[in-house]
Design a protein around this ligand. Structure first.
Ligand code: NAP
Length: 256
């Protein structure tokens, strides 16, 4: 039990990587605030997740609010404080990646992607960090960035800068928040099968190609990220801050 009695907020926890992380945090003894978009279509999966976490003997509440809204971070923190008494870990995971070519990128799509993935993250991290500072017992902040922080993507010119931005945000926040004992780290997933890339990976040729680029020989699963997130959240990583952890089955180093 690496997170006994810790209170964890995870954005984008209704599905995919965030959901797997929420369940693993609960298995490790944490209570969880589940952030999601507020879309009615996600409510039933959120309710199921709350039940699963309660079955594990932990508590969970959900906050449905757009990640790009500057007030959403405050709502998440308020939920953690009023329901559980505080915040120990904040995982900024919510994100979108609507593939699109560069030359004809709609302005609205660019702005929505940057707002959801990066601008909202800034304010949410700020809200969580201020709460952790008030509590005076340190904390851990983890941003789910991407391998795309390090490499480009022709159909992701609106997305990759947000992921590089998140990595940079964690590096700067590690310096700004170190004096308060708040550790800030970035997690860089490779290709993980979730709804975000369902359409792209529906092409069997693309799936096989991506798996062949991966030394471990398969695409990632959401559960592959849960352990690394728990590690960075836990005291096992007590001297780890400003770091980034690639969780990509070795894809990044497989150039030649
Ligand atoms: P996913 O299965 O599509 O889940 C996305 C999550 O983000 C959902 O919980 C969704 O909530 C939430 N979300 C989306 N838009 C939101 C908004 N406007 N406001 C609030 N919440 C919103 O995707 P995933 O693959 O798990 O992605 C999680 C994170 O990992 C993202 O930041 C992504 O960039 C990053 N990542 C993923 C991969 C990959 O290969 N899958 C690789 C690198 C990085 P709703 O259910 O309410 O829509």
């Amino acid at each position: 039990m690496l997170l006994t009695d810790k209170n964890v907020i995870i954005t984008g926890a209704s599905r995919g990587i965030g959901r797997a992380a929420a369940l693993e945090c609960a298995r490790q003894g944490a209570n969880v605030v589940i952030g999601y978009s507020g879309s009615p279509s996600s409510r039933s999966t959120v309710d199921e997740l709350i039940k699963e976490i309660e079955t594990l003997g932990q508590r969970a509440v959900a906050v449905g609010a757009p990640a790009g809204d500057p007030e959403t971070g405050e709502l998440l923190v308020e939920a953690a404080v009023s329901n559980f008494g505080g915040v120990d870990v904040f995982v900024n995971n919510a994100g979108i990646c609507p593939f699109h070519s560069f030359l004809d990128m709609p302005r609205e799509l660019y702005l929505e992607t940057v707002n959801t993935n990066l601008n909202g993250a800034f304010f949410a991290v700020q809200a969580a960090a201020n709460q952790m500072k008030r509590q005076g017992r340190g904390g851990a902040i983890i941003a789910v960035s991407s391998i795309s922080a390090l490499v480009g993507g022709g159909m992701q010119t609106h997305y990759t800068p947000t992921k590089a931005g998140l990595l940079s945000l964690m590096q700067s926040c590690a310096i700004a928040l170190g004096p308060y004992g708040i550790r800030c780290n970035a997690l860089l997933p490779g290709t993980i099968e979730t709804d975000i890339n369902k359409d792209d990976l529906a092409d069997q040729g693309k799936r096989d190609y991506m798996a062949s680029r991966t030394p471990l020989g398969r695409l990632g699963r959401p559960e592959d990220l849960a352990g690394p997130i728990v590690f960075l959240a836990s005291e096992m990583a007590q001297y780890v801050t400003g770091a980034s952890l690639l969780v990509d089955g070795g894809m990044y180093v497989n150039l030649q």
